[in-house]
Design a binder for this molecule. Structure first.
Ligand SMILES: Cc1ncc(COP(=O)(O)O)c(C=O)c1O
Length: 346
């Protein structure tokens, strides 16, 4: 079976983690600080605070921007549930926005319709590895949180995803672009990142402001530093796989691959649009040895029983994510194409 996703780890990664284990200094310390500096440099921002997950990063970023009881946060419905959970954990109300069928991220026009005087932030997901144009979102006059969980290394107009919003959040889950097993980060201007640092650790503080243990360990950060040093190579391999897929899929009826968008896309997911019901197609691929997935398990509005998100509905019905990760071989990519062609023709 060709896996849908797989971490890319090396012997060097293992040695770097082992060195921390042997040092006996396991919890948040010098490795975390080094990882934060390297990450901020990579994203082109002043500072970064490493935390225990992308979910924690979202929650702490929103809280640092003032989201709380009485406030609202606009999030895309065609995205993972972590966005909804992060808003409710702050005590704010999630307001869902429809998708943009071009980018698969949030529609700037629909977000604009849903902004009110109570809006504390808008979360713009760079979907599946594509850096979206932030201009229309920034023009709303509301703090923009760039969700870079799937898009570290992507750039729009030469500017890295994560470098223009009020804050950026990252996830380092096992199958993300770079991994610490579980982990995340909030990145941006020093002042607001400092608020995140304060909130991720409760120990030895005079006051009792809301805090929790959201820290990353030095063992995880050592892996993160090692991975970040290879991120550009990972992205180059993802782009090469995407180019191979694009060429091979061009001749296959009933399947539309994404356009080549150059530096804008790092292909955390390679998402195609298909004209067939996805359930049977995914089962057909599985019978042929390929694990493919919907890139979004289910739009958030569906879990809430809400209507009025026609573009997200369309994307949910049509979008299919094919295996795309640095350790996928050319032979495996060709086998994925052959399986998709056969499943579509069946
Ligand atoms: C766009 C997006 N944001 C946030 C998250 C949450 O990250 P984590 O799983 O590290 O909590 C994910 C997870 O996949 C994600 O895809």
């Amino acid at each position: 079976m060709i896996a849908h996703s797989r971490p890319t780890v090396s012997e060097e990664d293992a040695l770097r983690v082992a060195a921390v284990v042997r040092s006996g200094r396991l919890a948040q310390g010098a490795e975390v600080e080094g990882f934060e500096r390297a990450l901020a440099g990579y994203l082109g921002v002043a500072a970064a605070a490493a935390v225990s997950s992308g979910s924690a990063a979202l929650e702490l970023a929103l809280a640092a921007l003032g989201a709380g009881p009485g406030g609202e946060v606009v999030v895309p419905t065609y995205a993972c549930d972590a966005l909804h959970h992060a808003v409710t954990r702050c005590g704010a109300v999630p307001v869902l926005a429809d998708a943009d069928p071009e980018t698969l991220g949030p529609s700037a026009k629909d977000v604009a319709r849903r902004v009110t005087p109570r809006t504390r932030a808008v979360v713009v997901v760079h979907p599946f590895g594509l850096a979206v144009d932030l201009d229309e979102f920034l023009a709303l006059g509301v703090p923009v949180v760039e969700d870079c969980a799937q898009a570290i290394g992507a750039a729009y107009g030469g500017r890295p995803a994560g470098s223009r919003g009020a804050l950026a959040v990252c996830s380092f889950y096992a199958t993300k672009l770079l991994t610490t097993g579980e982990g995340g980060a909030v990145a941006g201007p020093s002042g607001v990142v400092e608020r995140v640092r304060d909130a991720r650790d409760y120990d030895e503080r005079e006051d009792l402001r809301p805090r929790f243990n959201y820290k990353l360990t030095d063992m995880q950060a050592a892996l993160g530093r090692s991975q970040l040093a290879r991120l550009d190579a990972f992205i180059a391999r993802r782009r090469a796989i995407a180019a191979r897929y694009r060429g091979a899929l061009a001749g296959i009826a009933g399947c539309r691959p994404p356009r080549d968008l150059g530096e804008r896309h790092v292909y955390h997911r390679f998402v195609v649009a298909v004209d067939r019901p996805l359930g049977p197609l995914i089962a057909g691929l599985e019978r042929r040895g390929v694990a493919a997935r919907r890139p979004v398990f289910r739009p958030i509005h569906r879990a809430l029983g809400l209507d009025g998100y026609p573009e997200a509905e369309r994307l949910w019905a049509q979008c299919l994510s094919l295996p795309c990760y640095p350790s996928l071989t050319d032979g495996e990519a060709d086998a994925v194409v052959a399986a998709l062609a056969a499943a579509l023709a069946a």
